[in-house]
Design a protein around this ligand. Structure first.
Ligand code: HEM
Length: 301
């Protein structure tokens, strides 16, 4: 249904006012003479004129104020409260209710919320217990961060950021830290395998006393072996030269002298003794002690 605003006659449409229907019936031929609905001009096609002009009566119009309760007005009005203010349900319910709020009483969720939260209470307890169980279950696999480091045998790399525990590729690329390309067959793993072999890497038949002059003499030049001392022990670093990740030249700087200072300046995390265990020549002694003894350390024991 539609309504025409006051002062505007309705356009031609499927629905007609009773007056229009009545006027159409008047044009059916029963009436004599020119129809009052026809245009006064005889040359033109007869045109319909407004009912108001024909009958002098105003077309009934509708306003929102007059039809407040009409069903057609529901789209423009806010949804009615339920039950309606003047409904029988509300009238019968009010006496039994103590003091219900006017509108949200029937749809108010607050009274239901405590029930919902109580129904969902078990899940948080389960989650809390799981959270408590996680740390205890993970403790057995936690690696201790204090105490002495375990001996890892010939594994060369122990802690630097780029170390991967001996699983590095065979050929390494140069980087800012000074690592060099190692020739094929000279990876850390190759060195570890060489140390496990039965080959004599020390170059001496048995451990000996090494005097400072003797250490200085074996500097790796002119076909001589390269010896280096570290914490009172002398090692033959000659077989390790091609395996040294920092390059043969760097390692040669420690030949013929105490290499502890240079070693600790570059990579204190490297385990010298594990790396060169099979290269041990003997122990450092004073010049006098070396001259006084002609036998090996095993003979003295
Ligand atoms: C003689 C005993 C030595 C051993 C057993 C040894 C062993 C090693 C090992 C295992 C690495 C690899 C470190 C890593 O991957 O983190 C390395 C690297 C290196 N080494 Fe040595 N090294 C020795 C002496 C020296 C000396 C005396 C120097 C220098 C004068 C030196 C200079 C370097 C350099 C520059 C690197 C590469 C940078 C780095 O990895 O930190 N090394 N060495």
């Amino acid at each position: 249904a539609w309504f025409s605003p006051p002062g505007h006659p309705p356009a031609a449409g499927p629905k007609k006012t009773p007056e229009q229907i009545e006027l159409h019936d008047q044009t059916g031929g029963d009436t004599e003479g020119p129809s009052p609905l026809l245009s006064p001009s005889p040359q033109t096609t007869p045109k319909a004129i407004s009912v108001a002009d024909a009958n002098g009566a105003a077309i009934p119009t509708f306003t929102l104020a007059e039809h407040e309760s009409s069903e057609d007005d529901e789209d423009d009005l806010p949804p009615p409260s339920f039950p309606a203010r003047n409904s029988a349900q509300r009238a019968s319910a009010q006496p039994s209710l103590m003091a219900p709020p006017p509108r949200p009483v029937s749809m108010a969720p607050p009274p239901q919320k405590p029930a919902v939260s109580s129904l969902m209470a078990p899940p948080p307890r389960i989650v809390a217990s799981n959270l408590r169980a996680l740390p205890t279950s993970s403790e057995p696999v936690r690696v201790p961060t204090t105490g002495p480091l375990p001996s890892r045998g010939p594994v060369p790399n122990r802690g630097p950021p780029i170390s991967n525990g001996g699983l590095a590729p065979v050929v390494k690329t140069p980087n800012a830290r000074g690592k060099v390309l190692l020739s094929p067959g000279h990876s850390p793993l190759d060195w570890a395998n060489l140390q496990r072999s039965e080959k004599n890497l020390s170059g001496v038949p048995s451990l000996i006393r090494v005097s400072p002059s003797q250490l200085k003499y074996n500097n790796g030049r002119k076909g001589k072996p390269a010896w280096s001392s570290y914490q009172g022990k002398v090692y033959n670093i000659t077989p390790y030269l091609p395996f040294h990740p920092g390059g043969e030249g760097e390692l040669r700087r420690a030949a013929g002298k105490d290499g502890g200072k240079l070693f600790m300046e570059v990579h204190p995390w490297v385990n010298w003794e594990n790396m060169l265990g099979e290269c041990l020549v003997g122990i450092m002694v004073s010049q006098d002690q070396e001259q006084a003894s002609t036998g090996s350390l095993e003979d003295m024991d």
